[in-house]
Design a protein around this ligand. Structure first.
Ligand SMILES: Cc1cc2nc3c(=O)[nH]c(=O)nc-3n(C[C@H](O)[C@H](O)[C@H](O)COP(=O)(O)OP(=O)(O)OC[C@H]3O[C@@H](n4cnc5c(N)ncnc54)[C@H](O)[C@@H]3O)c2cc1C
Length: 404
């Protein structure tokens, strides 16, 4: 049966990409996006980068404004919250009315985790998830002013870099022993530490933080008295709406490889979707690529065309004018080969039994793109040649594997 109407809940990147992809795949039914933010759908990556420093505008990262939506026959409801789903009646209840669907796509993303203890400081505590958050942060950024960023993950480091580039005093306080410890191997954490220390960021890893009026106590000798705090301590998934309607959730809405929930009429995509793994458990990815890919797969399902094949996950971050990129599976237990091609250019290539399974790069954008194509192909490489910067990357391919 051809679906006649699609309702997409959540006005973020995944929602917009899914709606546009449906039209591009000749889907003829009605498409309605319902998003609770006042802005039409935009991409978030620049929020912590060029948007807070004023180098780009919200308009330039907007994916689907009212005009573009109208041109494509997509109905866009902003500032509107879906409060409940009636799966039997196939309707969603919002603060402005009830809408029926044949297929429902949940693209509800996540929200910034709050740092309740920080209230004790009496200082402004900002987060960075939405355009409104970025605007508040932009207003606080001034030369000479002092910020303490709580959380040394990607977002915290991007905020730190943006603030430092605006000549602010910046402290980054991280509870674990190293930066980005959840996703980066120790060698990459050290690379990040060097980058930030060289650029004047004061790093406090393994810090036990006491929150006191006016500031933070790190240890017996270190107190920080900033003008404001940024809590960059991760995201909470917006999966409560799905859970309330009886869909299975596990820190995300559980889906299969095609982003289908256990209800054949409901898909979930982007940051809110947790894919069941064949070996058990579920994986949820928070990245631009995953938002895009899952949206395309969902659109193809609904439009009844062949979906794109699975992609190797990849991610990027920009800090101090350097591009950091990661792809594939990165574990500290891999054989990690470092390839240093310049003072500001290095890569870490992750091997398991000589097969390349993951890669990260600081600066080396072209080499990264090259290696990314080898992932997922059982590509065997020679570690010694890989680490020799005088040899081209291709020289490391094992002879029996034809180069692409
Ligand atoms: C500051 C920042 C920087 C980033 N930088 C990078 C980067 O450099 N590289 C990278 O790969 N990724 C980056 N990301 C991650 C990437 O932006 C996200 O993975 C992506 O935005 C996820 O898109 P989404 O549509 O799934 O979710 P979201 O963007 O979270 O959108 C979901 C939307 O749904 C709305 N919503 C939720 N519930 C309801 C409801 N009941 N009714 C109506 N609306 C609802 C939410 O308010 C939100 O607007 C960054 C993220 C942030 C926050």
């Amino acid at each position: 049966m051809t679906a006649k109407s699609v309702v997409i809940v959540g006005g973020g990147q995944a929602a917009a990409v899914c709606a546009i992809a449906l039209r591009e795949r000749d889907y003829k039914g009605e498409i309605l996006i319902i998003g609770d933010e006042v802005h039409p759908p935009y991409e978030r990556p620049e929020l912590s980068k060029k948007l807070v420093t004023g180098e780009c505008s919200l308009e330039s990262v907007t994916i689907l404004n009212d005009v573009r939506a109208r041109e494509r026959g997509i109905r866009l409801l902003t500032g509107c919250t879906v409060q409940a789903i009636d799966r039997a009646a196939r309707t969603v209840q919002t603060n402005t009315g009830v809408f029926g669907y044949d297929r429902l796509v949940l693209a509800t993303g996540g929200r910034a985790r709050r740092l309740e203890q920080a209230v004790a400081t009496g200082l402004p505590v900002l987060t960075i998830r939405t355009a409104a958050d970025a605007e508040l942060l932009r207003q606080q950024i001034r030369p000479g002013s002092h910020v303490a960023v709580i959380g040394g993950g990607w977002l915290g480091l991007e905020v730190a870099a943006s603030c430092r580039q605006a000549d602010m005093q910046v402290d980054v306080v991280e509870a674990s022993a190293r930066l980005c410890s959840r996703v980066a191997p120790p060698v990459l954490s050290r690379t990040l530490e060097t980058l930030h220390a060289q650029n004047g960021v004061r790093l406090h890893c393994g810090a036990v933080i006491g929150y006191e009026p006016g500031g933070l106590v790190i240890n017996a000798t270190t107190e920080i008295r900033p003008d404001f705090l940024v809590a960059a301590i991760g995201m909470e998934t917006n999966d409560e709406l799905a859970a309330r309607t009886g869909l299975a959730t596990e820190r995300g809405i559980l889906v299969d490889d095609l982003f289908q929930t256990e209800d054949p009429h409901i898909l979930a995509i982007g940051d809110c979707a947790a894919r069941r793994m064949p070996e058990g458990g579920a994986v949820r990815l928070e990245s631009w690529q995953n938002a895009n890919h899952s949206a395309l797969v969902a659109a193809c399902q609904i439009a009844d065309v062949t979906p794109p094949s699975a992609e190797i996950p990849w991610f990027w971050s920009d800090q101090f004018g350097k591009k950091l990129q990661m792809a594939g599976n990165l574990s500290a237990d891999d054989d990690i080969i470092e390839r240093i091609t310049g003072p500001d250019e290095r890569m870490g290539l992750h091997l398991r039994d000589e097969v390349i399974v993951g890669v990260w790069a600081l600066g080396s954008v072209r080499d990264f793109a090259h290696v990314r194509r080898w992932l997922g192909q059982q590509t065997r490489v020679c570690a010694t040649r890989l680490s020799d910067p005088s040899l081209p990357l291709k020289a490391a391919l094992m002879p029996e594997i034809p180069s692409s």
